[in-house]
Design a protein around this ligand. Structure first.
Ligand SMILES: Cc1ncc(COP(=O)(O)O)c(C=O)c1O
Length: 465
């Protein structure tokens, strides 16, 4: 890009492009980096600086950038047939994708509603829950249970079941039909309790909430297997399995929101069964479905619940829900091609083999005084930092952004979330690239400590050699 082209892009961006989670006080004030090209696990900014894509786009870049095969498949589909009306017709890529997702999904999750992104996948699941209980003649069974720190998307319904308080400020999304359970990070449990006791308490909390609301009134429990943007919270062992059992016991549908965890992030097509031992009633997914090459999501529905409201049980109802772009043929073709690549290159096997190394290298950072906790699973990781003590309130807020700024100078992008740096690199990352990533991250954290000392007079402690 020429300097003029860069300046024009940044001007157009500042003047017109409202970004997700736009900080309104700063809107239009700052130039953003312009990503001009990408290859493998690297993106390149306007100065042609190479950056490791630590967050893998937004948790979506599975197969890596610059795949000719993806470009060819997408172009081929555009020329053959770029659009079909899904309300009346079908196309081979759309039907093939639905069948392939059904084949990969656990249990009897055989019915697939193709959507445009993760939010519309979750919205579809929540609307189906409502529809299901209405068709079954249980109009009172509508209460939804979610959890603190959950993120489920940005449509109105998704925002209602999202449990991140900061994201709710300034919106009217509180709903009398949605109830939140406590967060499930066992390392933040009350002192004097064991991880097992903590898990018991959290499972018990779900059961008590169902009993308190009345099982006849509770429609569904929605949970991310790992709470991703809530700060990579991995639940205690057995938690999800036991919650699944409770939902079954009280006839409450279990929605696993696998928008982040599906398509290899934890080494399997879906994490619910293979990693956590559960067969949900519904799974929502998106992101890695097309490896981020085109927008798409999906809501998978079990044959059992689908049968209960279809055919002779349909009660004359139409599931009046859908999108102009449901099952978009080009996005479907992108998803099929990405899945072909994952299979052919044995990327799931690669993730399972390399994840322990990724987690171990991240854990090494825990000895740095600024680092409070390192956690993760598969190819998802989080480094949580704190200055500690009374200064935390003032300085923890932008620790992630401070570290990210240094990382970018050194050749790495991270996803800063308040005082956390979150990672979900492209699944094709190698041992050498993990080493490169950790070395940069470590240096960036040390430089941040230095800044805090020089600029703010905060001494956090010496780093062990
Ligand atoms: C667990 C989860 N659900 C839903 C969504 C919403 O997906 P999208 O941004 O594609 O609408 C996200 C996005 O990060 C997510 O992490």
């Amino acid at each position: 890009m020429t300097n003029d082209a860069i300046r024009l892009t940044q001007l157009q961006d500042r003047s017109h492009f409202i970004h997700p989670w736009e900080s309104m006080a700063d809107a239009g004030k700052n130039d953003r980096s312009v990503i001009t090209r990408a290859e493998g696990i690297y993106v390149y900014d306007e100065h042609n600086r190479q950056l490791i894509d630590g967050p893998g786009g937004m948790w979506c870049m599975q197969i890596g950038y610059g795949r000719q095969e993806m470009a060819d498949a997408i172009a081929d589909q555009v020329m053959a047939m770029p659009y079909m009306n899904p309300f009346a017709l079908t196309s081979a890529p759309s039907a093939q994708l639905a069948a392939r997702l059904a084949e990969k999904a656990p249990g009897d999750l055989n019915h697939v509603f193709l959507t445009t992104c993760g939010s519309t996948a979750v919205d579809t699941a929540l609307r189906f829950v409502q529809f299901y209980n209405n068709v079954k003649g249980r109009p009172h069974k509508k209460q939804l249970i979610s959890r603190a720190d959950a993120y489920h998307g940005s449509t109105y319904l998704c925002a209602q079941v999202t449990g991140k308080d900061r994201d709710k400020n300034w919106f009217d999304v509180d709903s009398p039909n949605v109830h939140f359970l406590s967060q499930v990070n066992a390392s933040k449990r009350p002192s004097g309790t064991t991880a097992e006791q903590f898990c018991d308490a959290r499972v018990n909390e779900l059961e008590q909430k169902i009993l308190q609301l009345g099982a006849d009134n509770v429609a569904a429990f929605i949970a991310e297997p790992i709470q991703a943007s809530g700060g990579v919270i991995v639940p205690p062992d057995g938690y999800l399995r036991r919650c699944r059992e409770i939902c079954r016991q009280y006839d409450v549908l279990f929605i696993a929101d696998e928008v982040v965890t599906a398509f290899g992030r934890l080494g399997h097509w879906f994490a619910s069964k293979e990693v956590f031992g559960i067969e949900p009633d519904m799974i929502t997914c998106a992101k890695g479905l097309t490896s981020g090459y085109l927008p798409m999501g999906a809501c998978l529905i079990s044959a059992r619940i689908f049968a209960e409201v279809s055919g002779e049980h349909a009660n004359g109802a139409t599931f009046a829900h859908g999108y102009t772009y449901s099952g978009h043929p080009v996005a479907s073709r992108a998803a099929l091609t990405s899945m072909d690549i994952i299979e052919r290159e044995q990327i799931l096997e690669h993730v399972r083999a390399i994840s322990p190394y990724f987690q171990q290298r991240l854990q090494e950072l825990a000895s740095i005084p600024l680092v409070a906790e390192v956690r993760g699973l598969g190819l998802v990781g989080c480094v949580e930092c704190t200055v500690g003590g009374a200064a935390s309130l003032e300085f923890d807020m932008d620790l992630g952004a401070r570290i990210d700024a240094h990382c970018q100078q050194l050749g790495l992008m991270v996803r800063p979330i308040v005082n956390k740096c979150v990672f979900s690199p492209p699944l094709i990352i190698t041992v050498e690239q993990i080493d490169q990533m950790i070395a940069i991250l470590k240096q960036a954290i040390l430089l941040t400590m230095q800044d805090l000392e020089l600029e703010c007079g905060i001494h956090i402690g010496a780093v062990a050699a």
